[in-house]
Design a protein around this ligand. Structure first.
Ligand SMILES: Nc1ncnc2c1ncn2[C@@H]1O[C@H](COP(=O)(O)OP(=O)(O)OP(=O)(O)O)[C@@H](O)[C@H]1O
Ligand SMILES: [Mg+2]
Length: 437
């Protein structure tokens, strides 16, 4: 009864409730040994990818050295091997494929076995008839949409289902659509699409080329459904299509059916603490309870946990006491002022944005009145931040809060949750910072 209650409560706040699955060490060890010897099989790839995409196998590299660990429960077993084996392992886990692939993921993916399995089920990747050849992944800023869909580009089951390869693009708010279509063309040996006088000509050529292809198409970071249309049009009947967006209204527009939108959940508490432990092991070992509070306050958002973990680890390396930092991180302000993780670097500008700048991409879409309403909502937010319509009417001093609520929900800045509306803790911190820049 209690378990059911906890599961239902977790569902309401958009988290997975079940426990971390037990990790079987032996198959992972045996597969790793075969990778080192050079006689690993496709089934080893599946075993190791499943472990790597769910935080049971962590492969880390800081450019100079690499470390591989198998994680089971609270125990971490480092796997001793040389750098050449670590490189072989990375190549084995992330095989090159025909087409255009996303940048290599970090191989540091915690708690996403359920999400991967669910998307595979919907798209028919794990067998069975596809429910939706096109699936839209949406969710809070920084929840891990990009990281998840990029893993699909390398996933052994997805590769078997789409043997002709992968075509990936990430759109941003102002995409260069023709040059992205041309890059897809080049990857397929169709040169010169960039010289097409109009996008339609390039799209038509690519559409012909993909008519019978079995490719996985990934269109990440869509801000306007119209931007994705050219890419969708190219996808032949036998292609699978994965799209991501922060924006619920865009997800609906892109989705062939309401249930083709998959809302990516926040990390469970045990996965959140595992992620923090990987990033700042000494801090979590020494201040476990305070770290647990931090994971709860940051509500399982991978972006926030990465930033918090990095800040904690660097203070701890200096030999400093981190109590004060732990407290400052808990209200989110210290997180949004910090730089985002390195994999969020802006490639064009060659800079790493702050977390605040990433969040601001969403609030920039609001008109001034709605942005002010959002900021006030943050200022008056209870913890956890959920509101009913009456509370919002009172904060905004209006009789009819619904138009603003609709707009904030369409932009993914609040989320309907059982008759109330929820704002993620990091967005609360961002909203407050808008009032007090
Ligand atoms: N499951 C995970 N385990 C560990 N780290 C993760 C996980 N998911 C995401 N991350 C890390 O969290 C950060 C945010 O993830 P990501 O960029 O995929 O989020 P997003 O939902 O695509 O964000 P945005 O809405 O800004 O596009 C990245 O640094 C990524 O490496
Ligand atoms: Mg993204």
């Amino acid at each position: 009864m209690l378990v059911r209650f906890l599961n239902e409560t977790a569902e309401k706040v958009g988290r997975e409730a079940s426990k971390r699955p037990e990790v079987e060490l032996e198959p992972i060890r045996a597969a790793l040994a075969r990778v080192a010897r050079g006689d690993a099989t496709d089934s080893d790839r599946l075993t190791l990818q499943q472990a790597a995409f769910d935080g049971a196998l962590v492969v880390r590299s800081d450019g100079q050295s690499s470390a591989t660990s198998i994680l089971a429960g609270d125990a971490t077993s480092p796997v001793e091997h040389g750098d050449d084996v670590a490189r072989k392992l990375r190549e084995f886990l992330l095989p090159q494929r025909p087409g255009r692939l996303p940048p290599m993921p970090q191989l540091f993916l915690i708690g996403r076995a359920g999400a991967l399995a669910e998307i595979k089920r919907r798209m028919g990747i794990s067998g069975g008839q596809p429910l939706h050849a096109r699936t839209v992944v949406r969710g809070w800023p920084g929840i891990g949409k990009t990281t998840l869909v990029n893993a699909f580009a390398y996933d052994a089951q997805a590769n078997a289902c789409f043997p002709d390869g992968v075509l990936w693009t990430s759109l941003t708010r102002e995409p260069a659509i023709l040059s992205e279509i041309a890059a897809w063309g080049r990857a397929l040996g169709l040169d010169g699409l960039a010289r097409s006088p109009i996008i339609k000509d390039a799209v038509d050529q690519l559409t012909k080329r993909l008519a019978d292809a079995r490719m996985l198409i990934i269109v990440d970071d869509v801000w306007d459904a119209a931007h994705a249309q050219s890419f969708l049009q190219c996808a032949g009947q036998r292609c699978g299509v994965l799209l991501t967006t922060r924006l619920p209204a865009v997800a609906e527009e892109l989705s062939p059916a309401p249930d083709a939108v998959y809302t990516l959940p926040l990390l469970r508490e045990d996965d959140g603490i595992l992620l923090l432990r990987l990033l700042a092991p000494a801090v979590v070992a020494g201040k476990h309870d305070a770290c647990l509070h931090l994971v709860r306050d940051l509500e399982g958002l991978p972006l926030a946990l990465h930033v918090a973990g990095r800040l904690l680890a660097s203070e701890a390396r200096m030999g400093w006491i981190v109590d004060d930092l732990l407290l400052r991180l808990r209200d989110g302000a210290a997180v949004i002022d910090a730089k985002a993780p390195a994999d969020r670097a802006d490639i064009e500008k060659q800079t790493i944005p702050t977390v605040a700048a990433l969040l601001q991409q969403s609030t920039d879409l609001l008109d001034q009145h709605t942005r002010e309403c959002f900021a006030f909502l943050g200022a008056f937010a209870p913890k956890p931040a959920t509101f009913d319509l009456d509370a919002m009417a009172a904060v905004w001093m209006t009789d009819d809060p619904k138009p603003v609520v609709r707009e904030l929900a369409a932009r993914g800045l609040i989320e309907p949750a059982g008759g109330r509306f929820q704002m993620h803790a990091l967005l609360v911190a961002h909203a407050r910072s808008l009032l007090d820049p």
